[in-house]
Design a protein around this ligand. Structure first.
Ligand SMILES: [Zn+2]
Length: 393
């Protein structure tokens, strides 16, 4: 007999069997056979130790599994992503490479940004690396623009009703007359025809001041701007959980949820930007693990009712714009940020994706199915819509 266990690593769930042996004295050994991962361990080892061992070798396991997986599961297609830095969206293609160990390589060629990364790099790690190199990337990209479109960020502000509204002006040669105002992640962007006069722009901002201020009050601070200090809070399962920070002799920030507080142990030598980024990564990691458990539990609970075919693979992903998706092979991808929502909304998201196993689109049939299993689904859908764009990180 053996035990089954699983861990999440690099956005993938690794299921494995733990085989205990009385003959085995100390060493642990992993074998990958087809899609089966076996871990041979000494008889008395703790489950946690086996987990740590698997986690340490996760990269190798995933590599061995994907090597044998059917072709459509191999990561051959380029992976693209984007980050927004100071009003500019940087789109990039990720090339996963087995040669690179830790470093990321950036190149800008003919207006496209390529990032070569170690093959198991987390999407978040890539995003933050792109953010850090944003000034270099933007300046290299601008060489591919015609001179007239090379962007120097133009900033201005107006004072309305005792408040200063700061904004960025983006001049566009395609725009003929109208002025467009957007608020994105707390930044006010004003897109105008390339020859617009600043007086016209200021008037447009003033005219829409009420709408802008309203938008700004809803916008969350950019995730990276969370300071992760005492008294701040982050959402977890729909509750705001206070952060309590203390210094400790730890290699990197460690998070514990205890007595309704996030208790974070932080190495004292970590400061400034490095501290912010390390804290952010630690929280994302923590959230991802909880998301996997919560979503898996929910899929297990709903599978008897909505399951079709083989048990769906569940992947936890970092997707800015969507909560989840259901692929034609039954794989369900869920955004780790769902773990910030109240459980009934997580359930709605999982049920929605599972319902896609039977009905692929959002047709009346789909809605009928949803209503039959989750009578208040419209109400949950509406509440989910209200959380759009207000989650931190
Ligand atoms: Zn859908």
């Amino acid at each position: 007999m053996f035990e089954r266990d699983r861990i999440s690593a690099a956005g993938t769930v690794i299921h494995y069997e733990v085989h205990r042996s009385k003959r085995r004295k100390k060493t642990l050994q992993i074998t990958v056979d087809g899609q089966t991962v076996r871990v041979a361990v000494p008889w008395k080892i703790k489950t946690r130790e086996a987990r740590e061992f698997v986690r340490k070798h996760a990269a190798w396991i995933i590599k061995s599994l994907s090597h044998l997986a059917p072709p459509e599961r191999r990561r051959t297609r380029p992976e693209s992503d984007s980050v927004r830095v100071e009003g500019t969206t940087i789109k990039y293609e990720v090339i996963r490479s087995r040669r690179l160990k830790r470093t990321f390589r950036f190149s800008v060629e003919r207006g496209a940004v390529w990032v070569e990364v170690p093959w198991d790099a987390y999407p978040e790690a890539i995003r933050s690396a792109v953010r850090i190199r944003a000034p270099m990337i933007i300046s290299q990209l601008s060489q591919y623009l015609p001179k007239s479109r090379r962007k120097v960020t133009e900033r201005d502000s107006v004072r309305v009703a005792g408040t200063t509204i700061e904004y960025e002006v983006h001049r566009s040669s395609r725009r003929k007359k109208s002025v467009q105002i957007r608020v994105e992640r707390g930044v006010v962007l004003v897109v105008v025809p390339s020859v617009a006069k600043s007086g016209v722009i200021r008037r447009a901002v003033r005219d829409r001041a009420e709408w802008i201020l309203n938008k700004l009050s809803q916008a969350p601070p950019e995730g990276i701007q969370k300071r992760f200090v005492n008294g701040e809070s982050l959402p977890y399962l729909g509750e705001d959980v206070r952060i309590v920070v203390r210094f400790a002799d730890v290699p990197s920030p460690e998070i514990r949820l205890d007595d309704g507080r996030f208790r974070v142990a932080v190495p004292p030598n970590l400061r400034g930007k490095r501290r912010l980024e390390a804290m952010r990564q630690a929280f994302i990691e923590w959230y991802r693990e909880r998301a996997l458990d919560q979503v898996t539990e929910c899929v297990d609970r709903w599978w008897p009712k909505l399951g079709r075919g083989g048990r769906s693979r569940v992947l936890i992903r970092n997707q800015r714009r969507r909560w989840g998706s259901c692929a034609s092979d039954g794989t369900i991808r869920i955004n780790w940020r769902v773990i910030m929502l109240e459980p009934s909304l997580i359930e709605y998201i999982v049920v929605h994706e599972l319902a896609h196993l039977s009905v692929r689109n959002h047709s009346p049939d789909f809605k009928k199915l949803m209503a039959s299993v989750l009578p208040d689904f419209r109400d949950r859908e509406k509440r989910l819509g209200q959380t759009e764009g207000i989650l931190p990180l």
